[in-house]
Design a protein around this ligand. Structure first.
Ligand code: CTP
Length: 397
């Protein structure tokens, strides 16, 4: 998502500077080109050598070094975004008042790109009226604040003032500055995870779905600009994108009701959840005791969400999943037709490292026009991107 994007990372003197190493690494891993500028005092906290090795670019500290002059104007114009992380109390005050006694400040004052700041300081410093006034000043200049987090501080105290964790900063930047607009104004619904069908107050019938594929699809849609809602069964999965709406459900019936309520406004619907096909016909009000040697559980069919949305669909692009162990292609094609979907994504349990619980997957995608696409084994995130690319291609065809 950050491929080819240019990020200027400013590091000022705070103990949180050690987190900037990981931040630089994450940005580079996402494909960004990263140039680092440090204040002279920041060198006491983290070595420029580490950062230049990770980013592949010389770390700049001084405006004048030996007989050369760092072109601060061009640096500020080069970047797509300038991020100051950590932003110390001292550098914050200087930025608020337009002071210019080091390279980082000179670049900041001459930059034309958006500026994001991730402050880091002790709780009392953070809450001081002077600091809050300076933060307000930077917000008035149009800069974006990546808020401090609550937790243990370098002083040993616990409170607000920790710099946001590198992964949170990465997602914040992606969300704020780098979403595509391919699916702008499109609404997307994704179901994810398993459903739990209660047997009695302490037991349920469920399955091993982790929700990873559904959440990866939701993030890929969101990165392309869609307005995304995930209807999720019980999972440990989360997204760091604050704009993705999550509706938590437990049972197939709850998932069915939530999807039906959302359906009409949707443009894209991806049914990635492993919905229970059957649920206990009745739920015992008390815990079932172990009295008999054999115990029969009477199950009844749940509503098929995909088929219901398929029957109701108008302009929605509808995608279903199929998990098969035999006659895979034929079963997938039958589901595509029977459920009136536009696309079926087939998982095979026969493929090692694919399917439930794994971080990787391998799928075959069947389209209503008879064509089909195979993906090799790849991360669920990459598979999700590929599926969303296909959706975009088909929707714009
Ligand atoms: N699905 C659904 N509602 C259900 C059951 C399944 O929306 N009650 C959706 C799943 O989210 C998936 C697709 O239907 O997108 C296929 O699910 P799968 O379990 O493979 O197929 P079934 O239709 O349940 O058929 P079978 O179990 O017989 O293979």
């Amino acid at each position: 998502m950050l491929k080819g994007k240019k990020v200027l990372l400013g590091i000022s003197a705070s103990i949180a500077a050690y987190k900037s190493i990981l931040l630089a690494r994450l940005l580079v891993k996402e494909g960004a080109e990263v140039k680092v500028i440090m204040t002279p005092a920041a060198k006491d906290f983290v070595s420029p050598l580490v950062l230049s090795t990770l980013t592949g670019n010389t770390v700049l500290v001084d405006i004048f070094s030996e007989d050369s002059w760092a072109n601060h104007v061009m640096l500020g114009r080069w970047a797509d975004v300038m991020l100051v992380a950590p932003l110390s109390c001292n550098t914050l005050a200087k930025m608020a008042h337009g002071q210019c006694d080091n390279l980082l400040l000179a670049v900041y004052l001459s930059s034309t790109c958006p500026i994001a700041i991730a402050p880091a300081m002790d709780a009392d410093m953070w809450h001081h009226p002077a600091t809050q006034k300076n933060i307000r000043a930077l917000k008035e200049y149009g800069h974006v604040l990546i808020d401090v987090e609550h937790g243990e501080l370098a002083s040993g105290l616990v409170g607000e003032g920790r710099m946001a964790e590198p992964e949170n900063i990465l997602f914040f930047l992606k969300e704020k500055f780098f979403r595509q607009d391919t699916l702008k104004n499109k609404k997307a619904l994704v179901t994810a995870g398993p459903t739990y069908e209660p047997v009695d107050p302490v037991r349920f019938v469920g399955n091993h779905s982790s929700g990873k594929m559904g959440f990866a699809l939701a993030e890929a849609l969101y990165e392309n600009g869609a307005d995304v809602t995930v209807v999720s069964g019980p999972v440990h999965q989360q997204t760091k994108y604050k704009g993705i709406k999550i509706v938590n459900v437990n049972t197939a019936e709850e998932m069915y009701n939530a999807c039906l309520q959302l359906h009409e406004a949707m443009d894209i619907e991806i049914m990635a959840a492993a919905v229970a096909d059957y649920k206990p016909a009745s739920v015992a009000t008390e815990k079932i005791k172990k009295t008999e040697n054999n115990f029969m559980l009477n199950l009844t069919k749940t509503n098929d969400i995909l088929a219901t949305l398929g029957a109701k669909k108008k302009s929605q692009f509808l995608i279903g999943f199929a998990l098969e162990t035999n006659n895979e292609k034929q079963h997938a094609l039958d589901k595509l037709k029977k459920k009136n979907a536009d696309m079926i994504v087939l998982n095979s349990l026969k493929d090692a490292n694919a399917g439930f619980g794994h971080d990787t997957n391998k799928v075959s995608v069947f389209l209503a026009n008879g064509s089909h696409v195979e993906t090799g084994l790849a991360s669920k995130k990459d598979i999700a991107k590929k599926i969303v690319e296909l959706v975009i291609e088909k929707m714009h065809a």
